[in-house]
Design a protein around this ligand. Structure first.
Ligand SMILES: N[C@@H](CCC(=O)N[C@@H](CS)C(=O)NCC(=O)O)C(=O)O
Length: 205
């Protein structure tokens, strides 16, 4: 069975759990406490070379780090990753764009808000949001006249970009500016096997 090291509120971990569920794969879930410093413990550092979650341990014991790499590995040979070379490369483009332009721009303001540090970190939040709004506008321009990010169906590109973009309001982003994104987020939530960030809760909007 796969083993997934994750944390409760991480969007990077959530995208992996969404795909594991959509592929109907069983896995052991080990939820680390980041505030307590679980990722810095020597036992975990031996498993995860970047000392971060998500880390997926395969059935043969080999670990995979980086959420995008985990998604690529799990989706290989399934309908969630196209076989066509150009389409696969388009999927990769979205995985890179999500990590470079969206993820931190959303995650940092979100964490400051969740930890009640919004006023203390106002300058940093504004700096991150400037980049984040620019990336969200690029996403809106693309998805505003398409159903899915790549080709005609849902792929891991959608799962990867969905996670943090759907949490952007928690980072103080005014998402009503982006009707195309909001429609697409709902479409992702409606895909078979989709799971919420926290089990048993309604999707947050
Ligand atoms: N690029 C990485 C980012 C992973 C990441 O930032 N993980 C955070 C939680 S979202 C983490 O483990 N932080 C704990 C730490 O850095 O000690 C990915 O996509 O997997």
């Amino acid at each position: 069975m796969f083993r997934l090291y994750d944390s409760l509120l991480s969007g990077n971990c959530w995208k992996v759990r969404i795909l594991l569920s959509q592929l109907n794969l069983e896995y052991e879930r080990i939820t680390l406490d980041l505030v307590r410093g679980d990722t810095q413990q020597p036992d975990f550092e031996r498993i995860s070379r970047f000392s971060r979650v998500p880390t997926l341990v395969l059935e043969d014991g080999r670990p995979i780090v980086e959420s995008g790499a985990i998604l690529m590995h799990l989706a290989e040979g399934t309908r969630f990753l196209p076989g066509d070379r150009h389409a696969r490369t388009e999927v990769l483009s979205w995985l890179f764009f999500e990590q470079a332009d969206l993820q931190k721009a959303i995650a940092y303001p979100r964490v400051y808000n969740l930890r009640g540090q919004a006023s203390q970190m106002a300058g940093e939040i504004a700096y991150r949001q400037k980049d984040g709004y620019s990336a969200l506008q690029k996403l809106e321009n693309w998805i505003g006249n398409r159903d899915w990010l790549v080709g005609n169906g849902y792929t891991i590109a959608d799962a990867a970009v969905f996670a943090y973009v759907s949490l952007a309001a928690e980072g103080g982003y005014q998402m009503e500016r982006y009707p195309g994104i909001l429609r697409w987020l709902d479409d992702v939530r409606s895909t078979d096997g989709w799971v919420p960030l926290i089990e048993g809760t309604a999707p947050s909007r």
